[in-house]
Every structure is written in structure tokens, then in C-alpha cells.
Design a protein around this ligand. Structure first.
Ligand code: A3P
Length: 291
């Protein structure tokens, strides 16, 4: 399977599409040892991962702003299945380790599935996720070589042909275990609606006592406008290194709920509604899709 003509971008593994770089480490994932001090942030791409990571880092470090301004997010909170820094380096990180992953629950290491670490999952409504993913793929055009339009991308999204899809199974696997004591299930729409409230929710989950002033400072630091221009978070260096298209929209792009309305046609909306009805209606997972 390819995102576009040219070199293969993905592999299909256990009915999930994975980026090609995961292929080499498939054998190392299952036995990776995690422990009760590790904190994982897991999501389907473009669901508010970066925002959640920054919130979690600041809550965990009890507002250590020196840490977050002197280190990039990738250094502090590495992407588990990506080649940099790589699983070997993540193994050697000091505890408590903060780890990001886009793997669905069923493909995470056994120790994570057994509940040995704390996992914060963030889900976003599929329509905004799809639009955000499209802009992301456009931004990474030099890497993904996707030349299609939104309609082309939409077809791939709904037909489970983008990395980490199917989307519905990704969110449903975590939704089904949301009441486990080591799982916190968050929604992007709730986070952006109430950043300070989310700081408190995360603090409670991690067993941290955060002073009200600190809550306010963390929420301000994680506001869209501040994050968009924060060079430790916004992956702006991609444009300098040639990974990303200089003309592409930023990694931290718009941060809106309901932006899909500008992109979707009636038929696309119907397809997502049908997918939601067939796959998620019964389990009760609902999303705010904005106005
Ligand atoms: P948009 O493309 O809709 O703007 P991820 O980090 O999982 O890749 O998610 C990226 C999405 O989260 C992007 O959505 C990005 O703009 C949004 N985002 C990042 N930081 C944000 C913040 N502080 N507030 C609101 N949205 C944010």
C-alpha cells in the first residue's frame, strides 16, 4: 500500500496500516518493558497529541518550565516507534519516562497492555482529524510525496489507507478500556474548551498536587497562540531541514473544532456519519464536531 505513487509508505500489520519505518522494529515493540512510572501519550495522528504531551510534561514535572523551554519536545517526550531517537535510546531514559506513540492499543508492548504504565489517550472527532491529517500530509509533501487533493486523501482516510488507520478501531480500543485505573481517555474538543480543567484532570490522574497559580500558567503556556510560535514544540525546523514543504501550513495549524465544514462535501460527511454509526454507535463514543 502506498500513500501515493513512488516508494511504499506503509505496511499492513494485523489489519492496521503502519508507517514504513515501523517495519524494522516490529520485533522489538512487543517485549519493550515499561513500568508504573512511565507515562505514555497515545493517539491517532492529528488528534492533539502535541498539546497533550506538553500538558502532561508540565503536570508531571510540576511546572518545570526550565525543562520545557530548554529541551525540544522530541528530546523530552520521544515518539516510541519512530527511528529517532529509537527504542534503544528510550530504554535508557531516566525514569519517569514520557513516551508518545500512535500505535493502537492492541499493538502496544505487552507490558503496556498489561497495565504496567499510565496511559493518556487523546481522541478527536474524525472529521477534523481527517482535515488536519490532510494538511499534515501536504506539509510533509517532500517526505510523503502525496500529490492528491482533499478528495483523494479523504478516500484513503475512509478506506483505512492512511498510517495508523483504521481510525475508528484506534479510538474504540481505548474507549472500551477507559475505566481501567491506568488509562485516562481525553477528547481534543474538551481539552481546548477547558485547558485549566484538563490540567487538573491530568494532575489527578498522575497523583500530582498543582497550585492554582501553576494551573493557570500551564494553561496559558499551552494555549494555541503560544504553542504555535513555540520553537520547542512546533516542529518548525522541519521546514529548514527539507522534510517539510516551506509553503505548507504549520504543524500547529488552526486548532479549531469544526474546521472540517470548510472542506467536506455532503457525500463525504455522509460517509463519515455512516462509519461512525456502524462502528461506534453501539459503544456510545460521541464527539463534539463544532458548529
Ligand atoms: P489542526 O490541524 O486542526 O490545526 P497532533 O499533535 O496530534 O499532530 O495534532 C495536531 C492538531 O492539534 C493540529 O490541528 C494542531 O493545530 C492542534 N493543536 C496543537 N496545539 C494546539 C493547542 N495548543 N491548542 C489547540 N490545538 C492545538
Amino acid at each position: 500500500d502506498e500513500l501515493q505513487t513512488g516508494r511504499p509508505q506503509m505496511i499492513r500489520y494485523k489489519d492496521t496500516m503502519l508507517p514504513i519505518f515501523v517495519e524494522r522494529i516490529l520485533g522489538d515493540i512487543e517485549d519493550f518493558e515499561t513500568d508504573e512510572n512511565d507515562i505514555w501519550v497515545v493517539s491517532f495522528p492529528r488528534s492533539g497529541t502535541t498539546l497533550t504531551q506538553e500538558l502532561v510534561d508540565l503536570v508531571q514535572s510540576e511546572g518545570d518550565f526550565v525543562r520545557v523551554v530548554t529541551m525540544t519536545l522530541e528530546e523530552r517526550f520521544p515518539y516510541f516507534e519512530y527511528m529517532y531517537p529509537g527504542i534503544k535510546s528510550i530504554k535508557k531514559m531516566d525514569s519517569p519516562r514520557l513516551i508518545k506513540s500512535h500505535l493502537p492499543f492492541s499493538l502496544l508492548p505487552k507490558s503496556v497492555r498489561e497495565g504496567k504504565a499510565k496511559v493518556i489517550y487523546v481522541a478527536r472527532n474524525p472529521k477534523d482529524t481527517c482535515v488536519s491529517y490532510f494538511h499534515f500530509v501536504q506539509l510533509l509533501k517532500p517526505t510523503f510525496r502525496f500529490n492528491g487533493n482533499f478528495n483523494d486523501f479523504f478516500s484513503r482516510f475512509i478506506n483505512n489507507k492512511v498510517p495508523y488507520s483504521p481510525w475508528w478501531r484506534h479510538v474504540k480500543e481505548f474507549w472500551d478500556i477507559r475505566d481501567s485505573p491506568n488509562i485516562l481517555f481525553l477528547k481534543y474538543e474538551d481539552i481546548v474548551e477547558d485547558l485549566a480543567g484538563t490540567v487538573l484532570t491530568i494532575a489527578e490522574f498522575l497523583g500530582k498536587d498543582i497550585h492554582p497559580m501553576e494551573v493557570k500558567t500551564i494553561a496559558e503556556h499551552c494555549s494555541f497562540d503560544r504553542m504555535k510560535y513555540n520553537k520547542n514544540l512546533n516542529y518548525s525546523w522541519w521546514k529548514e531541514t527539507g522534510i517539510a514543504d516551506k509553503e505548507g501550513q504549520d504543524f500547529i495549524r488552526k486548532g479549531k473544532v469544526g474546521d472540517w465544514r470548510k472542506m467536506f462535501d455532503v457525500n463525504q460527511n455522509l460517509q463519515i456519519e455512516t462509519m461512525k454509526y456502524l462502528k461506534l454507535n453501539e459503544c456510545g463514543l460521541r464527539f463534539d464536531e463544532g458548529i
